[in-house]
Design a protein around this ligand. Structure first.
Ligand code: AGP
Length: 608
């Protein structure tokens, strides 16, 4: 997600905008830019990298004016470089736009605008808006913005300025947060209140479909018919620290609660319900090429390796293609079967993990085609892979990966569905999968409402020293991921295991001091896992079960029960991961651990 800030008033805009951008840096920064009305029209400055790069540029080459907009970018389309940094301009460089969101029909609009003679400079979807407003401008900026946005599909939070209307900022919101700050004779626009809290605590939160028109005399809120709207003015009493975390005590909890939106963003524009398949433009492969591989190898580390395991089950289950999963750190020194007929899927949230990058390079050296499933746009793995799927989960700040996991599995499901429909999965079967997938965001939201009950369960286990997580089938990797979440933030030893494998030794660990989490939704292996629960109870184990319905077979066997919504087997790991993230989070908090920055860990392991 990107950061937007705008100002109009009696003061110089540049220092206020740079200060605001720094407050928004946690939202993601791979480039930043600013547009100022300098008395002769709009003037921009842009720089790749952190806000400090832009700050240095503004010092070296200042721009003076009392109206401006600024942007810190989290790339979704186009690498993080100068030309793709916002603001994006029209042909005549008289209109500047900053944008947070995804324009789904950007390619079609770009083609239509190029056919009208517009010349594009960047790879961004945002630049389409600049040329669209140039096309629709007829003397009134807000009317031009309304007409332009009426042609747009997707999400946006935008701010627009124009040389031809130099005392005005027009902002609009649909799907990406935006608010108006009301100062003393000065007005702000911002992605969130942290950018302007130093100047005002009076804000108006825009809703989807709202526009704000700011000028030196005041502000107006209008709808997409240019009709005036009356909005409540909110008074902010948060401190800055809380605001950057969206009011959550930790980034990890904020990111857990973002998952209804982030899973939706991963799917956005990629599901084809009418034909029961998926479209993935970034694969850079024709269907024939996709069908030409003899084997698929998936490589990753940590949480991403757990996603990889689920990806193996998804692709083999649906597409009937052979898949191997390799720890990246192991693959490099083994001698796996990799040829020019191998498709190597590389999963990495950061796109910078050294082991994963090296493994991908080794696979490519042996002729394999590399597909990156990555969160950070423009990261090394994303740039060096031969194509890929961006998961669009937004910046993941907490060291323990949460929303990236659910979005990685979602992206793998999209890929498996697309391949499967090329390899014989019927349209009806595909539609069934699409239908289940579309329900996931609401189902995750439903699980998040049980957070207080999960926190109460966590209270019972904050002082234990060991934990077991057991699952079968699709939920064996979910058990591994649940265990990793707990151990990496609470420092409790936790182990994930295939439930049936317990009887081959580890069951010796079971006694009244061993809490055992069972992932036990009513799926195709539920009856089998009931037996495993009975085995643990027979040895006085303490059972915490994730279930999807009231189960007579488990009556009297569960010490604690966490309910998750019913879904088809392949999506149970996504739903199961959410309560396990919360359980780990609350236990760690109750142990006083540093949840966002656990000891010994780094967000991206860029060393081998
Ligand atoms: C997950 O919670 C951990 N922080 C860690 O295992 C992480 O998943 C692993 O280092 C891989 O990172 P990547 O996805 O950025 O490559």
């Amino acid at each position: 997600m990107c950061g937007i800030v705008g100002y109009v008033g009696p003061r110089l805009a540049t220092p206020l905008l740079l200060e605001g951008l720094k407050r928004l840096e946690y939202r993601g920064y791979d480039s930043a830019g600013i547009a100022i009305m300098n008395g002769n029209g709009v003037e921009t400055r842009k720089a790749p990298g952190k806000i400090s790069e832009l700050e240095a540029l503004m010092t070296a080459s200042p721009v003076h004016g009392t109206l401006g907009i600024a942007h810190t970018r989290w790339a979704t389309h186009g690498a993080p470089n100068f030309v793709n940094a916002h603001p994006q301009l029209d042909c005549e460089e008289r209109i500047a736009v900053v944008h947070n969101g995804i324009i789904e029909n950007g390619s079609a609009l770009r083609q239509a605008l190029e056919d009208l003679g517009h010349t594009f400079r960047s790879d961004t979807d945002t630049e389409v808006l600049s040329h669209l407003i140039e096309e629709t401008y007829d003397g009134n900026l807000e009317e031009a913005v309304i007409e332009a946005l009426s042609k747009v599909e997707g999400t946006y939070g935008i701010a627009v300025v124009s040389t031809d209307d130099p005392n005005k900022i027009v902002a609009a919101r649909k799907g990406s947060p935006l608010l108006v700050g009301l100062g003393e004779g000065e007005y702000f626009i911002a992605s969130d209140v942290s950018a302007i809290l130093a100047h005002t605590r009076q804000v108006i939160y825009l809703d989807d479909g709202d526009l704000a028109v700011l000028d030196r005399d005041g502000y107006r809120i209008i709808d997409m018919n240019a009709s005036p709207l009356t909005k409540d003015v909110a008074s902010i009493d948060w401190d800055l620290d809380m605001i950057e975390r969206g009011g959550f005590p930790h980034f990890m909890l904020k990111e857990i609660f973002e998952q209804p939106d982030t899973v939706k963003n991963t799917m956005r524009g990629r599901l084809l319900p009418e034909t029961g398949t998926a479209k993935l433009g970034g694969l850079n492969m024709t269907s024939e090429e996709l069908l030409s591989f003899d084997n698929i190898l998936i490589t990753a580390c940590g949480t991403s390796w757990h996603s990889a395991l689920i990806g193996e089950f998804l692709i083999e289950d649906l597409a009937r293609s052979p898949v191997e999963v390799e720890y990246a750190s192991e693959m490099r020194y083994r001698n796996p079967i990799i040829t020019e007929k191998t498709l190597c899927i590389v999963i990495s949230q950061s796109g910078e993990t050294a082991d994963t990058l090296a493994a991908m390079r080794e696979a490519q050296r042996r002729g394999a085609r590399a597909l990156g499933i990555v969160n950070v746009v423009g990261s090394t793995i994303a740039r060096e892979s031969d194509g890929g799927i961006y998961i669009h989960a937004g910046p993941e700040i907490g060291v323990a990966s949460t929303k990236a996991f659910s979005s990685q599995v979602t992206a793998l499901a999209l890929f498996a569905l697309k391949l499967a429909r090329l390899r014989g999965l019927t349209e009806l079967e595909g539609k069934h999968i699409v239908e289940a997938m579309q329900k996931l965001p609401d189902q995750i939201a439903e699980i998040l409402e049980t957070a207080p009950a999960i926190e109460e369960i966590a209270e019972q286990f904050k002082d234990v020293t060991n934990f077991l997580y057991l699952g079968r089938g699709y939920n064996f990797p979910a058990a591994l991921e649940g265990a990793l979440k707990l151990k990496e933030i609470s420092y409790i030893h936790a182990e994930g295991y295939p439930a049936a494998e317990m009887k081959h030794g580890p069951i010796a660990l079971i006694d009244e001091n061993m809490p055992v989490v069972f992932i036990a939704p009513h799926d195709s292996v539920f009856d089998k896992i009931v037996s495993n629960i009975h085995e643990v109870k027979a040895r006085s184990g303490c059972v915490i079960a994730l279930t999807s319905r009231s189960e007579p077979a488990l009556a009297g066997k569960l010490d604690y029960e966490i309910r998750i919504p019913e879904t088809i087997d392949m999506f149970t790991p996504i739903l199961a991961s959410v309560p396990l993230q919360l359980l780990a989070y609350y236990i760690a908090v109750k142990r006083g651990a540093n949840v966002d920055q656990p000891r010994n860990l780094a967000k991206s392991v860029t060393v081998e």
